[in-house]
Design a protein. Structure first.
Lengths: 116, 111
């Protein structure tokens, strides 16, 4: 399967702990996005990368959140000092930016975080 | 980005055609209408995109009137496996921007 993969698929943690999620995009995709989705809502944008450069961060991304894409391939999203409000599905998407045609974003299956 | 409005939920029987309408009154000249589908416990999946008139692919058809203030996603002869949330989005043609999702339309297909 050459789609976007995310690990772990599920994570249960206690409030105050740190967690890290990993996203492996489709090979050769130069853009990578992180979204967060809570129950009954559509995904909300968090941040995105063009290769290894982080181009934009949403206001939703508090100081406790940090994302990296060190070699322009996989990405990690870390949440420090988790809070119950961080409980959500964290989605990763990747796309290949070209100068022509619509550059579809391909989503991974997500990591479901539960903060107790 | 233009805000979109679509019904919260719809029910349909298997074999029927389903039409989901989305309004986007403030769509800009360079914006395209894009639809994504999301099954439970999965990420969204691109279905179809259009600018005006009609677009058809193997999954759905998209109808866009001349004023482009609304659009209709048409799913022919739905099956149980089409039960999902459908999101209408307005995006620049390239798609190279973060997507802005609303709550979507939850379609339930009944046997």
């Amino acid at each position: 399967d050459t789609g976007v993969s995310q690990n772990p698929r599920h994570k249960i943690t206690k409030r105050g702990q740190n967690v890290t999620f990993r996203c492996d995009p489709i090979s050769e995709h130069n853009r990578l996005y992180w979204y967060r989705q809570t129950l009954g809502q559509g995904p909300e944008f968090l941040t995105y990368f063009q290769n290894e450069a982080q181009l934009e961060k949403s206001r939703l991304l508090s100081d406790r959140f940090s994302a990296e894409r060190p070699k322009g391939s996989f990405s990690t999203l870390e949440i420090q000092r988790t809070e119950q409000g961080d409980s959500a599905m964290y989605l990763c998407a990747s796309s290949l930016v070209t100068s022509s045609s619509y550059n579809e974003q391909f989503f991974g299956p997500g990591t479901r975080l539960t903060v107790l | 980005l233009a805000k979109t409005t679509q019904p919260i939920s719809m029910d349909s029987y298997e074999g029927q055609e389903v039409n989901i309408t989305c309004s986007h009154n403030n769509i800009a000249t360079n914006d395209y209408i894009t639809w994504y589908q999301q099954f439970p416990s999965q990420g969204p999946r691109f279905i179809i995109q259009g600018y005006k008139t009609k677009v058809t692919n193997e999954v759905a058809s998209l109808f866009i009137p001349a004023d482009r203030k609304s659009s209709t996603l048409s799913l022919p002869r739905v099956s149980l496996s089409d039960t999902a949330v459908y999101y209408c989005l307005v995006v620049p043609y390239s798609g190279n921007t973060p997507l802005v999702f609303g709550k979507g339309t939850r379609l339930s297909v009944i046997a």
